[in-house]
Design a protein around this ligand. Structure first.
Ligand code: NAD
Length: 282
């Protein structure tokens, strides 16, 4: 089975549109503000996709653009202002930031109740404790993909390759919260194939094309390929040798059209949840 991330994201989009209509009936218009620093073309592309999704769903999106030489203090002052603005339900600072700005300080400055990216330590801590919070969008999207494809998580051996703060680590925690048995692999892992071959569910989030080949998986594995790599010929591929691994897999996500659309839709979901919370607290 090919796990159709694009199609699943479309279904969720329909659900979110209904939620937005209900909120608008109550006089609340969900609002997402994206702060973008510098000229990184990939960041601009990501932000454009997020703006388009907002438009389709009915979320008011605002983009604040800064030159790459903006000071950290000025950026922090803007975040403080957005934290206090009641019409802003979600604040997203597009990463990476220029080197002279401390990304951690910026993420920590965002009010956790508006951190729709789910990167703030309060949200990560709550997720660790399996308490309601904003979950990081990419791993949350993976959980939705599995659930909506009817793939059981409980009791399965899930192997996560990649251990970053934004994908691998929260992914492993979310799968653990769903009572999978977890192995987390990273750059220092010895004999990666030994671990990946044990996987019932294999999630790969590294950023290296062809890292996972067919000899590294068992028959019937479920493969979620988070990686995105641009080849010299312009083609976008994941971290998995899709063609050959797909022959052994019970289910697999394509790149593009797998995890990518889910990341954006989870951002929309978090923004709408934030607006709904805001409406309830009024
Ligand atoms: P990162 O660079 O922060 O982390 C990469 C991780 O991979 C690290 O933990 C590192 O130890 C591990 N790693 C590196 N080489 C390895 C190897 N040879 N074997 C095993 N582990 C290895 O990256 P990230 O931000 O977590 O992103 C990972 C990938 O996922 C990238 O390709 C990124 O573009 C993609 N991504 C996609 C989406 C999406 O929506 N589709 C969202 C976020 C990230």
């Amino acid at each position: 089975m090919i796990i159709d991330g694009k199609g699943i994201a479309k279904t969720i989009e329909g659900e979110l549109k209904e939620q937005v209509a209900e909120l608008k009936n109550k006089g609340v218009e969900p609002g997402l503000t994206v702060v973008l620093v510098g000229e990184d073309p990939a960041s601009h592309t990501y932000v454009r996709s997020k703006e388009k999704a907002c438009k389709r769903i009915g979320i008011k999106s605002r983009k604040i653009l800064y030159d790459a030489d903006i000071s950290e203090a000025a950026l922090l002052a803007k975040i403080e202002e957005l934290n206090g603005d009641d019409s802003v339900h979600g604040i997203l600072v597009q990463l990476p930031l220029p080197e002279h700005i401390n990304s951690e300080a910026v993420i920590h400055a965002i009010d956790a109740s508006k951190d729709v990216d789910g990167f703030h330590p309060v949200n990560l801590g709550k997720m660790f404790l399996n308490e309601p919070s904003f979950w990081s969008c990419t791993p949350h999207g993976v959980i939705e993909l599995l659930d909506r494809s009817g793939i059981e998580i409980e009791g399965k051996h899930a192997v996560v390759v990649g251990a970053s703060n934004i994908v691998g680590k929260p992914m492993a925690t979310m799968l653990l919260n769903r009572e999978a048995t977890i192995t987390v692999c990273h750059i220092k892992t010895k004999d990666l194939a030994f671990h990946t071959r044990q996987a019932d569910i294999l999630v790969v989030a590294v950023g290296k094309s062809n890292l996972i080949t067919a000899d590294m998986v068992k028959d019937g594995v479920v493969v979620i390929d988070v990686g995105t790599n641009r080849l010299a010929n312009g083609k976008l591929v994941g971290d998995v040798d899709y063609e050959n691994v797909a022959k052994k897999a019970a289910a697999i996500t394509p790149v593009p059209g797998g995890v990518g659309p889910m990341t954006i839709i989870m951002l929309m979901k978090n923004t709408i949840e934030s607006a709904a919370k805001h409406a309830r607290s009024k």
